[in-house]
Design a protein around this ligand. Structure first.
Ligand SMILES: Cc1ncc(COP(=O)(O)OP(=O)(O)O)c(N)n1
Ligand SMILES: Cc1nc(C(=O)O)sc1CCOP(=O)(O)O
Ligand SMILES: [Mg+2]
Length: 248
């Protein structure tokens, strides 16, 4: 495997002149309303995990619409954004917050947006989201990336290379790509100036296996949301990533 990302600062891995150029993608937390002990616990976990080193947060709550309504979704997303902002201020970092799936809420709150292949189409999301907000896209195959960057239109700011490994957290994933597939897709994304984070099945036990890939970072749900000490869990993941990367 080659390591094109290693020569660059992890906090500024790729760039196409967009708002994602200065983001620290190394550790990206996606929230879950239940894994951390209920919706009310989520902002506190986000706060702690940012103190531990999480650099990017995504608010994800797939059951809102059933278990909670649109207003509650938006107010819980705002609470997570506030927690990330307060914790970021404490450690002197700006921590971008994405909303999962919900273009309307991202627009309303002025937050970044992450969409998948079966969500609102990327082109529509890009057209309706203000240009200063980042738009992430899930990529499950080489072909999906080729399509995503083929046209003359804007490319994603970041792709979630998914899934790297099988996971119990999301049941409707594509086939696992493994480190080699993730590396191949990340390298192709970099050629187009797009940042790439891996997601799916990433834990403290295997995060080091990805440090030799071209991924700009790793995205976790359960590894932080289920931790008794989310700050320590985040710090541990980040230090394992950094150490593995430093040792090549
Ligand atoms: C960073 C990141 N990558 C991938 C995903 C998965 O998005 P999607 O395929 O739309 O699935 P849901 O998360 O919406 O269930 C993600 N959320 N974040
Ligand atoms: C939100 C999400 N998307 C995935 C995809 O493959 O698109 S896997 C996933 C959940 C990842 O959870 P964990 O870190 O607990 O394995
Ligand atoms: Mg989605």
């Amino acid at each position: 495997m080659t390591h094109p990302a290693r020569a660059r600062r992890a906090s500024a891995p790729v760039g196409h002149g967009g708002p994602g150029d200065s983001v620290d993608w190394r550790l990206y937390l996606v929230t879950d309303p239940h894994l951390g002990g209920g919706r009310d616990a989520v902002p506190g976990i986000v706060y702690e995990s940012v103190l531990g080193g999480v650099g990017v947060v995504q608010f994800r709550d797939k059951e809102c619409g059933g278990e909670c309504d649109d207003d509650e979704f938006a107010s819980r997303a705002a609470a997570v954004a506030d927690a990330a902002r307060r914790a970021g201020a404490q450690v002197g970092r700006d921590v971008p917050v994405f909303v999962n799936d919900r273009l309307d809420v991202a627009r309303e709150l002025g937050l970044h947006l992450h969409v998948g292949q079966r969500d609102v189409p990327f082109a529509r999301a890009r057209a309706e989201l203000p240009g200063y907000l980042m738009l992430g896209l899930s990529i499950e195959s080489d072909e999906q990336l080729r399509v995503a960057v083929a046209g003359p239109g804007p490319a994603p700011d970041v792709i979630g290379v998914s899934p790297v490994w099988a996971t119990a957290t999301k049941t409707d994933t594509a086939v696992a790509l493994g480190p080699e597939g993730a590396d191949r897709i990340a390298r192709a994304a970099h050629r187009r100036g797009v940042a790439a984070v891996g997601i799916g099945g990433i834990t403290s036990a295997n995060v080091g296996l990805l440090a030799g890939t071209a991924l700009d970072g790793v995205c976790v749900v359960s590894a932080v949301m289920t931790a008794t000490d989310p700050r320590a869990a985040a710090a541990d993941l980040l230090s394992r990533w950094d150490r593995a990367r430093a040792h090549g």
